[in-house]
Design a protein around this ligand. Structure first.
Ligand SMILES: *Cc1c(COP(=O)(O)O)cnc(C)c1O
Length: 351
């Protein structure tokens, strides 16, 4: 039995994958109960009357190329939110297994764990050290039932990168016993390398990537899980066979071509330039007490009166995120960087 099989839920290991209709584009499809005609206004290239190819090879190849990894390690998901859900459902037995999270962090890890009935172990990030990972705390709290450790780098909502070496040390300590999941939703804004390049040496690392943030495709719902081929195969077994809509596949192939990547780099640089401009400007404003350094496309700021700051933003027709309910941040708001004009409007509202 491989270590992946040992970690997964027995029911998932034993599960035979759902038999999808064969994918043979050269043959006429009289095997999937589809209509033979496309709808009059259907402008998709394949035709929306047809089911999409499960885990489209072209899409997987594009994602593998984008992230510089082997295609056998890639599972395409409806956003990385679905990746989180699949991992919890594949590895956590209800009422028995646990996930470990490091708050304040992205809410979906706990949400998916609760839905699955997995126990949640919390080891807070060290606020006094810029929300650094408490590696020793994680090891103290770890139990043999801990199937997944969710880490987010850059972390939402605090914006900081986790120390690469600390993550890798942790992965080595729990190797073959726990998957260490690194959510890199904002990595493009950080200007550092993905931990995906460590995955061959650290087989229990799982990387989550998304097209929703830096690639500007939140509405398309597309993300990727990058993992050991056996972990990837397990997730492919439980993902809905036709999870990724044909419209999304076509949009991603069209928008994420090699030619489009230059525009991507330009927009990312523009956001990063706004990040330094706005964080400096915010520090000068009377209602702002503190602005945390950020490696993402948002800033976390502490206010003297966050309620009043939100009210003034709204009066300027701007929404910012209230993150006061997250532990350790009683007066904090999270501000997504927008266009120069939008950011200026926010500064004016708080001036
Ligand atoms: C936005 C976000 C996601 C969700 O991304 P989708 O791909 O749109 O589901 C995942 N993780 C973090 C930390 C995020 O902030």
């Amino acid at each position: 039995m491989s270590w992946v099989t040992g970690l997964a839920r027995p029911a998932v290991t034993a599960l035979a994958p759902y038999q999808t209709a064969l994918w043979e584009p050269r043959l006429t499809r009289l095997h999937a109960n589809e209509l033979p005609w496309r709808a009059a206004a259907d402008e998709s290239s394949q035709g929306l009357n047809r089911y999409p190819e499960p885990q489209s090879r072209a899409l997987i190849a594009r994602l593998a190329d984008l992230y510089g990894v082997d295609a056998r390690r890639v599972v395409a998901t409806r956003g990385s939110d679905e990746g989180i859900d699949l991992l919890v459902r594949a590895f956590c037995e209800c009422g028995r297994d646990a996930v470990l999270i490091c708050p304040p962090t992205f809410g979906m890890y706990a949400q998916c764990a609760q839905i699955q009935g997995a126990q949640i172990i919390c080891v807070p990030l060290r606020a006094a050290e810029g929300f650094a990972l408490d590696g020793e705390g994680v090891m103290r709290a770890w139990t043999p039932r801990t199937k997944l450790i969710f880490l987010c780098s850059p972390n939402n909502p605090t914006g900081n990168l986790l120390d690469r070496e600390a993550v890798l040390i942790l992965a080595r300590i729990v190797t073959e016993r726990t998957l260490v999941v690194i959510d890199e939703a904002y990595l493009e804004f950080a200007g550092t390398a993905s931990l995906a390049r460590e995955i061959a040496q650290h087989p229990n690392l799982v990387i989550l990537r998304t097209l929703s943030k830096a690639h500007g495709l939140a509405g398309a719902r597309c993300g990727a899980v990058i993992a050991h081929p056996e972990v990837a195969a397990l997730l492919r077994k439980i993902i809905q066979p036709y999870a990724i809509p044909q419209l999304t596949v076509e949009a991603v192939l069209r928008i994420l071509g090699p030619l489009q990547r230059k525009g991507f780099a330009l927009r990312t640089r523009r956001i990063c330039a706004e990040r330094s401009r706005i964080s400096q400007a915010l520090r000068m404003l009377p209602p702002v007490r503190h602005v945390w350094p950020s490696a993402a496309n948002f800033l976390l700021a502490e206010f003297t009166d966050a309620t009043e700051a939100m009210r003034r933003a709204r009066a300027a027709h701007l929404l910012v995120r209230d993150v006061r309910n997250l532990s350790g941040l009683p007066r904090a708001l999270r501000i997504t960087l927008g266009t120069r004009e939008q950011n200026n409007r926010l500064l004016q509202a708080w001036a």
